[in-house]
Design a protein around this ligand. Structure first.
Ligand code: 5AD
Ligand code: SF4
Length: 448
């Protein structure tokens, strides 16, 4: 059981539309929610989390779907604490429009971003009307009806930061770290159940431990060391660190620990120091870039991904240009981009220089261009190399091929015969901004 505090178990309800592939995705989504301590309910009106997994553009005109959403709206107005999420292909096709047309929707995610739902439910993202872009289908979630080779471990709850756009501090309270011994026992149990890739979750994972009683107090990097020793866990990831707490010891842990993946998610939010100040992020552009340099120096091959907010109140064209500059300089492997959306009760929502929607939209499209171009350029470093891939299943676009993820968190589509949950070596022959393509090196299967 992963629930952290004494809060009662949250309940979810998922409605699935469309094809087999979507049914399968919903199973995976349920598996992930169960491992986060949610339980499924039959009736939508009993759920704290109401999800729709949509399929294709048909949904757009589908009255059935609209009436389902209408019910969700009513339930949300009865209890505003409820979370309404819309995922799948329809969400992907309309993107931000979901929020314009259905303002009661809290989160939208394309078919490739189910795994981001975990973060959304556990972290900052709860505050965002966020749309997670930039990814093709990955479906890297376990389903409770399938073999679980990917697992999640919530290491803390709450957040001691005070980011001015974020609703988490007011809704989730002070940071509370879970006892390290309990976490290790949980990780061992998951490993026995077949989990090979474990993702540690928290609002601000690298401030883990500071609130623990002295006798059990350890740092995040110490926790990583302990998880690394758990037999059977071959890959360790974590979501999300805060740049202000991204210290040498964590970066060194990436160098030292065999299981810790070559991927760091380092949320930028903005490249402009004045905007970062208004966001209360407590780091400047320079300090952020120092962290990036440290990562690049010690882990040259590490995948770096980020979150960026466009159109924060008061963001001028010059501020935005600085964000573009940082994206250009860093060359992220992937970026999750959000139009700023005011959340009730937050400082930023009260700021009077809100940016018009049309301006956000225009900036967003320029941002996406730079993000994608740089991601494509960075991805070329993988071409000609052989990468360890954890197989997740058939490729969504071409079921004769397989898909999986590299340690850098790159989606890989490849020809091969391996089964979900296996590690294989894939020779990469080409790379786009989002996907690597290649073929399985036979006779080189790493483990089952
Ligand atoms: N508006 C837009 N994006 C937001 N995020 C959090 N709050 C908001 C908001 N009010 C984004 C941040 C965070 C990600 C998970 O969600 O970029 O890192
Ligand atoms: Fe919110 Fe900032 Fe805390 Fe993240 S670090 S949960 S954005 S207050």
């Amino acid at each position: 059981m992963l629930a952290v505090s004494s809060t009662p178990m949250k309940q979810f309800h998922v409605t699935t539309f469309g094809c087999q592939m979507n049914q399968h995705d919903s199973e995976r989504m349920k598996g992930m929610l169960t491992s986060l301590g949610y339980s499924e309910v039959e009736q939508r009106d009993q759920a704290d989390l109401i999800l729709f997994n949509t399929c294709s553009i048909r949904e757009n005109a589908d009255n059935r779907f609209i009436s389902h959403l209408g019910e969700a709206k009513r339930l949300k107005s009865e209890n505003p604490e409820r979370i309404v999420g819309v995922g799948g292909c329809w969400a992907q096709s309309v993107k931000d429009e979901v929020f314009r047309r259905f303002p009661f929707v809290d989160v939208a995610f394309g078919p490739g971003q189910i795994h981001r739902l975990a973060e959304f439910l556990n972290s900052d993202s709860l505050s965002a009307q966020g749309y997670f872009e930039f990814e093709e289908f990955s479906g890297d979630l376990p389903s409770h009806r399938e073999r679980q080779f990917q697992g999640w471990l919530q290491i803390s709850q709450g957040c001691n930061c005070a980011c001015s756009y974020c609703i988490v501090p007011s809704t989730r309270g002070r940071e509370e770290s879970r006892d390290p011994d309990l976490l290790i026992t949980e990780a061992e149990r998951l490993a026995v159940d077949g989990v090979r890739e474990l993702t540690l979750l928290g609002q601000n994972v690298n401030s883990y431990g500071r609130d623990l009683p002295v006798e059990s107090r350890i740092r995040f990097s110490d926790l990583l060391r302990r998880v690394d020793l758990v037999e059977g866990i071959e890959r360790v990831r974590y979501m999300s660190p805060h740049p202000k707490d991204m210290r040498e010891d964590v970066i060194d842990a990436h160098v030292e620990l065999k299981s810790l993946c070559e991927h760091i998610h380092l949320p930028l939010q903005s490249g402009s120091s004045p905007i970062l100040k208004r966001m209360r992020r407590t780091y400047s552009r320079e300090r952020y870039m120092d962290r990036v340099s440290m990562i690049r120096e010690r882990l040259p091959d590490c995948g770096i991904t980020t979150d960026i907010i466009v159109g924060f109140p008061g963001e001028t064209e010059a501020d935005f240009a600085q964000t573009l500059e940082v994206v250009e300089q860093v060359g992220y492997d992937q970026a999750f981009t959000f139009n700023y959306s005011p959340r009730r009760g937050t400082l930023a929502a009260e700021m009077d220089d809100q940016v018009p929607h049309a301006v956000k939209k225009e900036r967003m499209s320029r941002l996406i261009d730079v993000v994608q171009r740089r991601a494509r350029e960075r991805a070329q470093r993988f071409v000609g190399r052989s990468l360890e891939v954890l197989v997740e299943g058939p490729s969504r676009n071409d079921p004769t091929r397989l898909r999986g993820r590299s340690r850098h968190s790159k989606a890989v589509n490849f020809e091969g015969t391996a089964l979900p949950g296996q590690f294989v070596e894939v020779e990469v022959t080409s790379a786009t901004s989002q996907t690597l393509t290649g073929s399985e090196r036979l006779l080189s299967r790493i483990s089952v």
